[in-house]
Design a protein around this ligand. Sequence first.
Ligand SMILES: [Zn+2]
Length: 120
Amino acid sequence: MGLESIELILDVEDVFGINLPDTEVERVRTVGQLCNLIRQHVGTNHNSAFISSESVCCLNEDCGYCLNTLPAQGMCPECGQSYNINVSVEEIVTELLVENFDIKREAISMESRFIEDLNF
Ligand SMILES: [Zn+2]
């Protein structure tokens, strides 16, 4: 992965409240692989049935309720919007790529390769 990808990893670590070892990041080639890596780390410190990161918040921007200590799937207790953290990892990563790196949403799939397809 290129230089900019380091920034991406920092963003990802920040959003999910995790620390990704360089040796594991080096092996990531596609968006899907990054999402899998994130899931492994989000699940390691805590019961995987529960959202572990304080930084994983409700996707409703007006709400932003932190969903930690709640089951991985359910309804936001604050605004009632349903969430599923298994879907949200992909959603959040896609959102990061669109917002922070100016990549078109339609260009991003789980098979997208960072260097070859997304020009990292
Ligand atoms: Zn909410």
